[in-house]
Design a protein around this ligand. Structure first.
Ligand code: NDP
Length: 511
């Protein structure tokens, strides 16, 4: 006898309540470690998007939310942080179950960063210059001038599957901190944790301020980007979809923030402390099975230490524990889907075909008891040249390309020879050399003797085709506000209004 267990169902979250799709349809969400369906989620329609945008628009237009005093808004942001902390076990579980991210990472990093993010935003808004007074000008006469920073309006947040909660929070926190309202479209692989996050946050914000519609990017995402009542789009995902969003947003001249792909260079100098640099390199590329946009996927190594580095990297890689992401002793989980697994394996094959040398990994991994899961062995290629496909395209899987160099100028030239510019790094004991390399790498974040060290008070975003705009830090508040100049004349007599004389010559003479 087989027992059928009903899957938990998650609806959209619109105007402060759960809301099924207009058609009643759902789609399944899977655990990438087993390939089994674990939840059923409302399948969004254009009508659902319209309802969510209307709710967000009404919440924005209604008095109270967008013009709330910063001190009061800070209290709400602190309450959001507390509410997330209260529900963190459930959120960690849902996030790990559906994204394949290890519980070890999500509990040890992501959830704490999210709580801290809302707390930081609460602090930032209290000193943020929502209104600044300019000095009195000599010309065209005394006047009082303000620069106000006002919310933009309805913000569409479109997010990927790799770190669903963290990346959604990078958009929701600054948007709410500055008085905007949000419609979130999470990735179809991972809508569940975001839907719960919205419910948790909505317990402390007015109805309509935060809405979530799940469903296909091509349909829901595009409808949001083109929607006339959506004022801003904040997107994280592939550069390809980012390009499309930029074009679609052009029709309504939308404010956009794009956080896109990367092919980040990691430069090892001859004097690097290999005891830290090599584990750091693996941390930089294999965390979350390489499915992080700022992963250090191209390692540049001086030819004089090349063989030693390869040997030690291969040995260290063997110590990584691959398996069920829900087991807290596991460091490397599955990739997100069968399709992603095939894409990564195709890239590995292309590396072999183009003449790169496999020094470890290179095939799918079979984990006992999880034979239907999407696991790939952490893979390292030696003798990669910077023009190979594996060195040029974002693989988004556990694949490291090691490229030898003779002179640091050559390494920097190769490091910058990419369409991307999200992150970069250098390992050395010489601080002057480190800063020189940091200055020369064209990327939005540089790690010296470290990797993945994002902070809630520092900006994150890309140079070149890795994106537009910055998230996190006070800078993210700038991305969710628009500037308004307000001028008040302090000249009561018409005769002293010098500027008016530019037009009214007679009036000036007759006075
Ligand atoms: P996408 O860029 O396709 O998806 C990211 C988000 O955009 C998802 O919510 C997706 O919805 C949505 N979307 C898809 N198409 C459109 C569209 N036409 N208009 C508006 N929104 C859309 O990433 P994938 O998930 O397909 O991953 C593909 C590759 O992208 C990866 O292999 C990796 O190289 C890169 N990537 C980069 C990330 C980063 O952090 N920079 C994160 C994720 C992926 P839906 O899920 O329904 O398709």
């Amino acid at each position: 006898m087989s027992i059928q267990v009903e899957l938990p169902t998650y609806s959209h979250f619109i105007n402060g309540e759960r809301s099924p799709a207009s058609t009643g349809e759902t789609f399944d969400v899977f655990n990438p470690a087993t390939g089994e369906a674990v939840a059923r989620v409302s399948k969004g329609t254009v009508e659902d998007v319209n309802r969510a945008v209307d709710a967000a628009h009404a919440a924005f237009e209604k008095e109270g939310w967008r013009d709330m005093p910063p001190a009061e808004r800070a209290k709400i942001l602190f309450q959001i942080a507390d509410a997330i902390a209260l529900h963190k076990t459930e959120l960690i579980y849902l996030e790990s179950l559906t994204s394949g991210g290890t519980v070890r990472r999500i509990a040890g990093n992501d959830i704490m960063m999210i709580i801290d993010l809302f707390q930081q935003m609460a602090k930032f808004v209290q000193s943020y210059p929502f209104s600044e007074t300019l000095p009195n000008p000599l010309f065209p006469g005394p006047a009082h001038n303000f620069v106000w920073r006002e919310p933009i309006g309805v913000c569409a947040a479109i997010t990927p599957w790799n770190m669903p909660l963290l990346i959604a929070s990078w958009k929701i926190a600054p948007a709410l901190a500055t008085g905007n309202t949000v419609v979130l479209k999470p990735a179809s692989h991972t809508p569940v944790s975001a839907l719960r996050l919205a419910e948790i946050i909505s317990a402390v914000v007015p109805a309509g301020v935060l809405n979530v519609v799940a469903g296909s990017g091509a349909e829901i995402g595009e409808t949001l980007v083109r929607h006339p009542k959506v004022d801003k789009v904040a997107f994280t995902g592939s550069t390809e979809v980012g390009r499309g969003i930029m074009k679609q947003a052009a029709d309504t001249i939308k404010n956009i923030t794009l956080e896109l792909g990367g092919k980040s260079p990691n430069i090892l100098l001859k004097d690097a402390d290999l005891k830290i640099a090599l584990p750091g390199t693996l941390f930089g590329v294999f965390l979350h099975s390489g499915q992080l946009c700022e992963s250090g996927t191209r390692l540049f190594v001086p030819r004089s230490i090349y063989d030693t580095v390869l040997e030690q990297l291969a040995a260290l890689t063997q110590t990584l524990k691959l398996g069920n992401q829900l087991d807290e002793n596991i460091g490397v989980g599955p990739v997100i889907s069968q399709r992603q697994k095939e894409t990564v394996l195709d890239y590995i094959q292309s590396g072999i075909d183009e003449g790169a040398r496999l020094i470890c990994g290179g095939k799918e991994a079979v984990v006992e008891g999880l034979e239907n899961g999407y696991f790939i062995e952490p893979t390292i290629f030696a003798d990669v040249t910077n023009d190979m496909k594996i060195a040029r395209e974002e693989i988004f899987g556990p694949v490291l390309c090691v490229i030898p160099y003779d002179h640091i100028d050559e390494a920097i030239e190769m490091a910058n020879d990419t369409i991307y510019g999200l992150a970069g790094g250098v390992w050395t004991r010489d601080v002057n050399k480190a800063y020189e390399v940091a200055r020369k790498i064209k990327a939005g974040v540089i790690w010296i003797n470290d990797w993945h060290m994002l902070r809630n008070d520092a900006p994150f975003g890309g140079y070149k085709q890795s994106g537009i705009g910055r998230e996190m830090g006070k800078h993210s508040l700038d991305a969710y506000t628009q500037l308004k100049h307000v001028h008040t004349s302090m000249v009561p007599e018409l005769g002293r209004r010098v500027a008016y004389g530019l037009l009214m010559t007679e009036a000036k003479k007759s006075e």
